[in-house]
Design a protein around this ligand. Structure first.
Ligand SMILES: [Cu+2]
Length: 486
């Protein structure tokens, strides 16, 4: 069943260089990516995920118990761990407490068959309370992924319906620890012991609604013990519905070794922008003695300490920090010479931002309000998704030819950032006019205000694939569409 998280220990790290192409070499990281992993014979891993309300007293709730919605009893969030080549058979059962609440599981970042992608109405029937749905697929890539529902996501994810999916087989040599860190807010009023509204008009029309409690693995600024002076792998997941974090590590050396699960040649981690659903894998040289290293978010003027790392035991390594790289990814290489170019523009739904600027008037309605009003604030190519859910499908944003390479020119024409997510495929970032990042693969690309970026990929996976902003309130007020690969 669900494997236990291997919580080994805390780590240290000094925020090292800028994440620039070539910065790795400047930092003295000379080791090359390993050869791509080959899938093993593969076993079947069967899990049962039962979406239900489970009153839970996470450490970050300060003694309060809140009515979380989760996938499993026990540790939150659940972790599924596979080897490359293994088949996952996941049975989703809904025991959610409202008769009208539908659900499903989207396996974020996994390039799987379309009918396993977990978008209700588009690729599968919705799962109602008392019903089950069986997923069965073999993930084609190693790395750090996660899963969440794709219906009423602002509330279902907001209440805790997510889990971590790790596909092993990507290391070239063992790290001294392997730790999952799920970073997210909780929208709670701890005095009252209640959730606060998951959706607000003000948030939906702007940067989204932020939670009041920041957490890592359900705790406020936890201390994580790592083997002293070990090279420790940290799998950082932004599991929030809203918050874009500016992640750094203070007090230890650290390098990014993968983005959205896919290996990059290690680059020093100075600051890395992580929108909702984005992941990075980091290797950190753990502190020793009484030293402490810190995971921080610098997105606000007063930086926020998210977690602390401390070192245990005799120092593991004395060599200069030169993190072991991962094995190369297995994403098909797009043919840029023959690629078809398509433009996608991400917009506020009215040109002069009246709607977007306006709702600061106490109209922060609870969830139901938007359902009735069907308000839209956001568009892709001037089209807004018609409803919050997927029951009424518009035509696809574009029809792509299977096997063909595409270059998407993504333009954020709004004053807010948007992490843009594609299902069933993984983009290769080619260039951007605003952010200096190494060429890398990503399933969720953060577009800053007014940013233009180009991504390329091979449309090799047939079916209807969602293409949307992962700030869930943006997604659910229009910034959502799908691509059809035929
Ligand atoms: Cu957005």
């Amino acid at each position: 069943m669900l494997t236990r998280r291997q919580f080994v220990a805390g780590a240290a790290g000094i925020a090292a260089g800028a994440a620039l192409a070539g910065a790795g070499a400047q930092a003295g990281y000379t080791r090359k990516l390993g050869a791509a992993a080959e899938p093993g014979a593969g076993k079947t891993v069967a899990v049962r995920l039962s979406a239900a309300e489970r009153p839970t007293a996470l450490p970050c709730f300060g003694g309060r118990t809140l009515p979380l919605w989760t996938f499993a009893d026990g540790e939150w969030p659940p972790l599924i761990r596979l080897n490359l080549g293994d088949r996952l058979e996941a049975t989703l059962e809904s025991r959610l407490p409202r008769p009208e609440e539908i659900t499903s599981i989207h396996w974020h970042g996994i390039r799987l068959p379309n009918n396993q992608d977990g978008v209700p109405y588009l690729v599968q029937p919705p799962v109602r309370p008392g019903e089950v749905f069986r997923y069965s697929f073999v993930p084609p890539d190693t790395g750090t992924f996660f899963f969440h529902t794709h219906c009423n996501t602002v509330e279902q994810l907001g209440r805790g319906l997510l889990g971590v999916l790790i596909v092993d087989g990507d290391t070239t040599e063992p790290y001294d620890a392997d730790v999952v860190l799920v970073m997210r807010d909780w929208r709670v009023d701890l005095d009252a012991g209640k959730f606060t509204p998951f959706f607000t008009l003000r948030g939906a029309g702007r940067a989204g609604t932020f939670g009041s409690v920041r957490s890592v693995n359900g705790a406020v600024n936890p201390e994580i013990r790592l083997p002293a002076a070990g090279d420790c792998r940290l799998r950082l997941i932004n599991g929030d519905t809203t918050r874009i974090m500016q992640i750094g590590i203070e007090g230890a050396e650290a390098a990014i070794i993968a983005i959205d699960g896919i290996a990059i040649s290690p680059v020093p981690l100075t600051s890395w922008s992580m929108g909702p659903a984005m992941r990075i894998d980091v290797v950190l040289r753990a502190p020793q003695g009484t030293r402490i290293a810190r995971l921080v978010d610098r997105s606000t003027p007063q930086r926020v300490e998210l977690a602390r790392f401390a070192g245990d035991g005799e120092p593991r390594r004395r060599s200069r920090f030169s993190p072991a790289p991962l094995r190369a990814g297995r994403i098909p290489e797009p043919d840029l010479k023959t690629a078809t170019r398509l433009r996608f523009s991400f917009h506020a739904s009215d040109e002069d931002d009246r709607l977007v600027a306006a709702p600061d008037d106490g109209s922060n309605g609870p969830l139901g309000e938007i359902c009735r009003s069907s308000r839209t604030f956001w568009t892709i190519n001037d089209r807004a998704w018609p409803e919050r859910d997927h029951s009424r499908l518009p035509p696809p944003l574009a029809v792509l030819q299977r096997g063909r390479s595409y270059i998407f020119q993504l333009k954020n024409s709004s004053k807010f950032s948007h992490p843009i997510h594609i299902h069933g495929h993984t983009f290769k970032l080619l260039r951007s006019n605003k952010q200096n990042r190494p060429v890398h693969h990503t399933d969720t690309l953060l577009l800053l205000p007014e940013e233009q970026a180009e991504v390329a990929f091979v449309a090799d996976n047939p079916g209807d694939w969602m293409f949307h902003c992962h700030i869930i309130e943006h997604q659910e007020t229009g910034m959502m569409g799908y691509l059809r690969v035929v």
